[in-house]
Design a protein around this ligand. Structure first.
Ligand code: C2E
Ligand code: CA
Ligand code: CA
Ligand code: CA
Length: 279
């Protein structure tokens, strides 16, 4: 048993070395990809539940790696965070997103709210407010056209500092959304103090909404809570008509998910809006 234990330790170490080597390789490649503008932003529509019309999009980073194919942001965002690349990458996404809003407006597509994800590290950065202000000004993005998504856990790392930063962003006319709502260790007491406009119900609660009574109850409760706090709700990961119907009948404002559209290149979004114009 002892020998076997030792083998396990060796095996584990070899695995860890492989993981560390892969991580280092990805970090090096990510540096290169950022420097050579190899990353892309795709946009996933959000529709108004009542009308089914597109009212916004979420910007989602894509990294088509030359040999690995698409690397998931769930994999490279944490690497960007740990290696200090997130600041530059996050600022780039913000500028891309603002430029996209300006471009859509220039071809007659108005009233599409652009949602951009912020990492925990960005929320703590002193540069953030300036970066957002500059991106908006550079592309003439108006109050109400930009929404920033933050997670509960990013806020809870330093709630008071987060509240200050969020208030400054709000003063720029930026909408704020709590992403993955219900999955973090947030406190409802803070929800009252945070200057947010939107809650995004996490996909994990939506997935089995038709079959799991607990998930259905959680979604209904979040919707009731949001309503009483005067917040709008976006449900993520809507894949079926039944999920849409449940959420709509419980008062969900906006829906996002493969049932409506996958994240896609900007040009494809624009083409669809020509056929079914946004509000
Ligand atoms: P998220 O912010 O929760 O984004 C929603 C994720 O759900 C996206 O995954 C989206 O493609 C996926 N999704 C949307 N609808 C459906 C659906 O109906 N079914 C299923 N199964 N999935 C759906 P994605 O694009 O892989 O991004 C994963 C995460 O990476 C994001 O989760 C976000 O946390 C992070 N991320 C992506 N882009 C950025 C970025 O620009 N900045 C930062 N800080 N994080 C980002
Ligand atoms: Ca998000
Ligand atoms: Ca989410
Ligand atoms: Ca998520």
């Amino acid at each position: 048993a002892k020998a076997q234990g030792r083998n396990n330790v060796q095996f584990f170490t070899a695995e860890m070395n492989a993981a560390a080597a892969e991580r280092m390789e990805l970090e090096r490649d990510l540096h290169h990809a950022i420097a050579h503008q190899q990353l892309d932003v795709h946009y996933q529509p959000q529709v108004q539940a009542a009308s089914g019309r597109v009212c916004g999009v979420e910007a989602l980073l894509r990294w088509p790696h030359p040999t690995r194919g698409q690397v998931s942001p769930l994999k490279f965002i944490p690497i960007a965070e740990e290696s200090g690349l997130i600041e530059a990458l996050g600022a780039w996404v913000l500028r891309q997103a603002c430029q996209q809003v300006a471009h859509w407006k220039s071809i007659g597509i108005h009233g599409v709210r652009m949602a951009v994800n912020l990492s925990a590290h960005q929320l703590r950065s002193r540069q953030l407010v300036d970066t957002v202000r500059e991106a908006m000004h550079a592309h003439g993005v108006q109050a109400g056209e930009l929404e920033l998504e933050i997670t509960e856990s990013a806020v809870m790392k330093d709630p008071q500092a987060a509240i200050d930063t969020l208030q400054q962003l709000r003063d720029l006319g930026v909408h704020l959304a709590i992403d993955d709502f219900g999955t973090g260790y947030s406190s409802l007491a803070y929800l009252k103090l945070l200057p947010v406009d939107v809650l995004k119900i996490d996909r994990s609660f939506v997935k089995d909404i038709e079959t799991d009574r607990n998930d259905a109850a959680i979604c209904a409760s979040i919707l009731a809570l949001a309503k009483s706090l005067g917040l709008k709700v976006v449900a993520e990961g809507v894949e079926t008509a039944a999920q849409r119907d449940f959420l709509d009948s419980h008062g969900c404002d906006y829906l996002q998910g493969y049932f409506f559209a996958k994240p896609q290149p900007a040009a494809l979004c624009a083409e669809q809006w020509r056929q079914a114009p946004a509000l």
